[in-house]
Structures are given as C-alpha cells and as structure tokens.
Design a protein. Structure first.
Length: 177
C-alpha cells in the first residue's frame, strides 16, 4: 500500500513539474533576456524569494516524520534516503526563480524593475526591508488604538445626539397646557 501511494505521489509530482516547466517556457518566450535580468535584479534586491529556500527542507522534514512514524525501525535509512533525494532535487529550486522572474517581468516593465532594484539596493531601500516589518507592526498597533478611540467617540457622541433628539421629540409630543 505504501509503495502504491509513493508511486501515485511521484506521478503527481512529475506531472506538476512538467506542467510547471511548460508554463515557465511559455512565460519566458515573450520576455526579453534584458527584461528577465532586470526582474532577477529586482527580486534579489527585495529578497522576495529567500523564504522559498525553506520549502524543500521543510518538505523533507515532514516526509521524514511521516515515514519514521510508519517505520520507526528504519529511521537512519529514512533520514539518509530523504536527505540524499532532497539534495538531488535541490537544483530544481532554480525553476522557481525562473518562474518568479517571469511573473515579475510580466507585471513590471524593464524600466520599473531597474528602478525597483536601484531603490532596494540603496541604503534607504535596505533600511525599509530591514525595518519595514517593525514599522508595519507599530502602525497596525496605532491603527487599533485609533479605531478603539474612534469607536468610543462615535458611540458616545451618537448616544448623546440620540438622547437629545429623543428628548426633544418627547417634549414635542407632550400636550401643551
């Protein structure tokens, strides 16, 4: 049963990779080399694909856990086999870089990509990359505090206005002596 499952998974992965390769080939056909170079430069400057470096190691770790759980007697063999296979597959990481470059090149002009790369390679761009997440967290916190205050003030002001309007309405409904 386990062997059939692996064969099915291997066939699925192979089919996906063939499709992925075809998409990359089609995507890059209508994009110039200079445009792709600019895309790669911008991607490098903004470090956009760095998080993808962890994909294969995470997949390998999960696979090890699954296989060891079902066959704990083979833990050393499983670890060695998964590690060896993962290292053999590692060069395919370049396919993801190619796809990312094609996506960037289709989204931005060559000139825009060069401007993006120039900015994010500058000291200000590097500072934005480094400190941007902290600023966003602080801004989000400030927005939450502001929203809480606005909610309080809107509620208080609305309640006072409604009380005044209702009191005036009741006063107008009372018969005059």
């Amino acid at each position: 049963m386990m062997k059939i499952d692996r064969i099915g998974r291997a066939a699925l992965v192979a089919t996906m990779m063939i499709g992925f390769g075809a998409c990359v080939a089609v995507a890059e056909d209508d994009i110039s080399d200079a445009h792709l170079k600019a895309a790669r430069s911008a991607m490098k400057a903004i470090k956009i694909t760095e998080p993808f470096d962890a994909i294969l190691p995470n997949i390998a770790q999960r696979l090890k856990g699954t296989l060891i759980q079902s066959s704990p007697n083979y833990e050393p063999l499983i670890n060695d086999t998964v590690d060896t296979t993962a290292l053999e597959l590692a060069p395919r990481r370049a396919d993801l870089e190619k796809e990312a470059a094609a996506i960037y090149a289709k989204t931005f002009s060559e000139e825009e990509l060069n401007q993006i790369a120039a900015f994010y390679s500058s000291p200000a761009g590097q500072k934005l990359l480094k400190d941007g997440p902290l600023v966003i967290r602080q801004l989000s916190k400030a927005a939450d505090i502001w929203a809480t205050g606005m909610s309080r003030d809107l509620s208080t002001t609305t309640d006072a206005a409604l009380e005044k309007a209702i009191a005036a309405e009741k006063k107008a409904e009372q018969p005059k002596p």
